[in-house]
Unconditional design. Structure first.
Lengths: 276, 334
């Protein structure tokens, strides 16, 4: 029997949910608001919430001082290519783990995930040195490789969970129907896993887009993505909250919009396999 | 086309021997049914023939060619799965076309064969639907359609009817039998249902724990079960098995008598008992008789509607020609 919920109870729950949502969203909202203030209003005490002189000058200054489009382009390339590359490597890996598991498959999966538990800074030094040695410091290629590797465990895990849901008999049927391994993955497995692959792509694109540790440490001028763009406004000449906020808003806007339009996919992707 | 020979085929999963060395000959055009209780290795055996599992030893040859190491795609066999295993993202037409597409057959020939199969299987009206929009019976037909368009050397069926309801199952059983008549292609069919085995097979292979207990035509198995296992497995309701002094009278350790080979009287007979539950099917009536003095409850099958109340005393007599005798190892005595 479905649990009955009184309308009063429903109202309270809805109110609570909105409240929690707003609390989580508030810093982002505050950043966006601040980006339209003057520097003086931005640090005003008490803070001004809505009634200030709305201005676009911060955006103009930010745009003038640094080349936003170059950072944006770097972000798109780095996040996009590292995600695509990761999925291309992860599909066959997840296929073998899901459909031809060995005794050690579970261990390998856990081991892969355990690399995510290692503090990134622990391997910063060796990776930095390797990058210098290979001459890929501050290049997109270098960042693509690092971000792809960093996110690969998550991509494999996600795809593995999706593939597990696909009945093995269907793949066996494909085999009986004369499909080669390539055809089996291309024409049967992949189309059936499209929703899963899509949400994996999406989530990892967002993760790569937001990744700051490696992008800040391994880039300078050439390959710097939007995370570095924000960071460049946070220190040297003292704090300029309004400009920092404008830069932040510009940096998060594309991913915010992408996330908004794909929220259904994302939620489905993240809860897939949890409920059968 | 379609002769399958297994010689000394074995299968182990780790240390567990699922199929001990096994020999079997499946002739061209034959309808062979593997039957046995669950876990007897019948599905594994089918999957070995299909190539979906690798043998641990022995040789599988198809039409005289050693196919032991041939991948499933290259064996020229088609399989129908219990879960139908249709491609959910493809229409019925595309599902049926898939094996042809994989074989690189040209479009015109593909269409000809698909339309033909659709007509034979009554799928024409659903040809553009997705499997999700079909009923269980229709899905099963699509799975069969996908198998027949390839014109395979043999068909493999893995419990294809067990997901269907009883009425549909009888219909599909008939359709598969008719298909076999029309195509005259070898069919290997796995089931745990001895009724399916009896009604469809040219040759039944009774399996237990990976061993072949008996191979023969349905009536051979019914008339002359080689041992107690086959005697108990083939026939419904089950054969009555009596051991002890009553069996000794026939110079056997155990005697078996089928429920339909017993006659009943209210006044006289060889044995006497008390009626327990009776099941009225209309065409037949089954009695379960207690207190028989034979050390076992007896099942009796009478044709037609027979009125008898629980608790009634009955006398019953086995048909002397139809008594099966088994020795102390459970093997048939002639």
């Amino acid at each position: 029997m479905a649990r009955s919920v009184t309308s009063q109870r429903k109202l309270i729950n809805t109110g609570l949910a909105w409240l929690i949502g707003l609390i989580i969203f508030f810093p982002i909202l505050w950043t966006i608001l601040t980006s339209f203030k003057t520097e003086a209003q931005a640090i005003n005490d008490p803070p001004i919430f809505l009634f200030f002189d709305w201005t676009l000058e911060n955006y103009a200054i930010v745009q003038e001082r640094s080349d936003y489009m170059r950072f944006l382009w770097n972000s798109v390339i780095i996040a996009g290519v590292s995600t695509l590359l990761g999925v291309m490597i992860a599909v066959p890996a997840a296929w073998s783990m899901a459909f031809v598991p060995s005794k050690r498959t579970k261990d390998i999966l856990l081991w892969m995930l355990s690399t995510k538990m290692l503090p990134a800074v622990g391997v910063l030094y060796p990776i930095y040195l390797i990058f210098i040695e290979l001459g890929i410091l501050d290049t997109r290629v270098g960042l693509i490789v690092v971000l792809m590797l960093v996110n690969l465990p998550i991509i494999v895990w996600m795809l593995y969970t999706y593939f597990k849901e696909i009945p093995g008999e269907i793949l066996e049927a494909a085999r009986m129907d004369g499909a080669s391994l390539r055809s089996e993955i291309l024409y049967v497995l992949t189309p059936m896993a499209v929703p899963g692959i899509a949400s994996t792509l999406l989530l990892n694109f967002i993760l790569a887009w937001n990744e700051a540790f490696w992008t800040l440490n391994l880039t300078a001028a050439n390959a710097a993505p939007l995370t570095a763009f924000i960071a460049s406004y946070s220190s040297p000449e003292g704090l300029f909250y309004a400009k920092l906020s404008a830069a932040s808003t510009m940096a998060i806007a594309p991913i915010l919009i992408l996330g908004w339009f794909s929220q259904k996919q994302l939620v489905r992707g993240l809860t897939f396999g949890a409920v059968k | 086309m379609g002769r399958i020979t297994l010689s000394k085929v074995t299968k182990r999963f780790g240390d567990v021997e699922v199929i001990p060395p096994l020999d079997l000959e499946i002739n061209e055009g034959e309808f062979v049914v593997f039957v046995g209780p669950s876990g007897c290795g019948k599905s594994t055996l089918l999957r070995l023939i299909a190539g979906l599992e690798d043998v641990s030893g022995g040789v599988i040859s198809i039409d005289g060619q050693d196919a032991t190491a041939t991948p499933p795609a290259k064996r020229g066999l088609a399989m129908v799965f219990q879960s139908y295993a249709l491609y959910p993202h493809m229409s019925v037409r595309k599902n049926i076309a898939f094996p042809l597409r994989m074989a690189g057959i040209d479009k015109a020939e593909q269409d000809r064969r698909i339309d033909n199969a659709a007509k034979v299987l009554n799928l024409t009206d659903y040809i553009d639907r997705r499997p999700g929009q079909l009923s269980g019976g229709q899905r099963q037909r699509v799975a069969i359609g996908r198998a027949i368009v390839r014109e395979p050397a043999a068909f493999l069926f893995d419990e294809p009817l067990s997901n269907l309801d009883a009425a549909l199952r009888v219909g599909m059983r008939l359709e598969i039998s008719e298909l076999h008549k029309r195509l005259a292609t070898t069919m290997v069919y796995v089931t745990h249902d001895q009724v399916e085995a009896m009604t469809m097979a040219d040759k039944i292979v009774v399996l237990r724990a990976g061993y072949i207990e008996q191979v023969g035509s349905p009536l051979e198995l019914y008339r002359k079960p080689k041992n107690l296992f086959v005697a108990g497995f083939i026939g419904s309701p089950k054969m009555n098995l009596i051991s002890g002094p009553e069996a000794a009278k026939h110079n056997a350790t155990t005697i078996g008598i089928r429920p339909e080979h017993i006659s009943v009287s209210a006044t006289e007979g060889m044995w006497k008992g008390r009626v327990g539950v009776s099941e009225h099917l209309g065409s037949d009536t089954f009695f379960y008789v207690h207190d028989t003095g034979l050390g076992t409850e007896m099942t009796v099958r009478l044709s037609g509607e027979v009125e008898m109340k629980s608790g009634d005393t009955v006398y019953f007599t086995p048909d002397a020609d139809k008594i099966h005798r088994f020795d102390d190892k459970g093997l048939r005595l002639e």
